[in-house]
Design a protein around this ligand. Sequence first.
Ligand code: NAP
Ligand code: FE
Length: 368
Amino acid sequence: MNFKFKIGTKVLFGRECVKENKGIFKDFGKRALFVTGKNSAKASGALKDVIFVLEEYGIDYEIYDRVLNNPTLENVKEGAEAARKFNADFIIGIGGGSPLDASKAVAVLAKNDIEPVDLYKNVFGNKPLPIIAIPTTAGTGSEITPYSILTRDDMKTKKSFGNEDTFPVVAFIDARYTESMSYETTVDTALDAFTHALEGYLGRRSTPVSDILAVEAIRIFGECLQNLVENKFDYDVREKLLYMSMLGGMVISHTGTTIIHGMGYSLTYFKDIPHGRANGMLVKEYLKYNYEAAKEKIDNVLSLLGVASIEALGEIIDRLIPTKPLLTKEEIELYAGLAMKQNSTLSNARTVVKEDMEEIFKNTFKDG
Ligand code: NAP
Ligand code: FE
């Protein structure tokens, strides 16, 4: 055995965890910048809970609430300007993966006078501002990963940066904050978390420890499948989904993702399909494609999920995602070419060539 394992984030998980651990906020300084989107911080109730604590401790704050879904380089630049102007001591990211990823970029740019595109050098002269992360979706696991995935209009795709210093310092993970998610976002983000565990488990960078986390995440996803299909969520199911998402984040912090993510980025960039939904669409053909290379593990996934075959899993996912776009031959060629350029493609269980990706796209999107 040969592996490294580290999670750079302190996890505080559970109902009312902000209130229960409020003293931590004092350790971060006197001025906090919230980084969030239009609705999630307010709708989830997380903003109100945190402001209550900040006011109790006399911590000043400002709110930057202009993070877009799938944030761009310009977007995080604007957030960093807000952090500098306010002279923030720390960042509180609240939201789904978009605001949490943006928080990491804002934290780096606030302390380093570099262009956003230089984030991808992954070496920064000054340490980023410390980040507190509070997820309001159960999907990306961004609250405990170092990754920040930003839209690169110059490259017509999304690309990830991150290093040891971009892990949030603390993550407050409370399922109450996910209760206001729409059904669609609940499904999409659950599929994202599932694909993190799945790709991490089957990929070449998997480790004995990441496998334990991945297997548990996949098992829990299996327990929640019926709830997802039937749109039946109580607090316990929400909590399970959020726990699964955290485990998935821990997995990819060590393994990275593979071709589902790399291919899904084009569906988001060009077709505006939410990240997790794009991933979900590709699962069936991904499993079929990798079956010979990872037979034992894929059989284990199916048994953990309690489904008889890859086809049966595909049928369940089709119920969760009833419509798919039609792709032209030119689109498929373009998307496959872009996905080949993602570093994560190299970690896929089976060695991938561009034609393989074209085939996966064709098989997935042939019927529209
Ligand atoms: P998201 O883009 O953060 O949010 C999707 C939508 O859901 C937004 O409109 C958001 O509102 C809304 N929303 C979020 N939480 C809500 C709540 N509790 N109540 C009501 N509305 C809520 O979605 P996401 O799937 O969580 O994140 C996707 C992003 O994360 C992508 O950019 C993806 O590439 C990235 N990602 C990162 C990692 C990582 O390791 N860092 C891993 C996978 C994916 P607002 O407009 O208010 O935000
Ligand atoms: Fe993801």
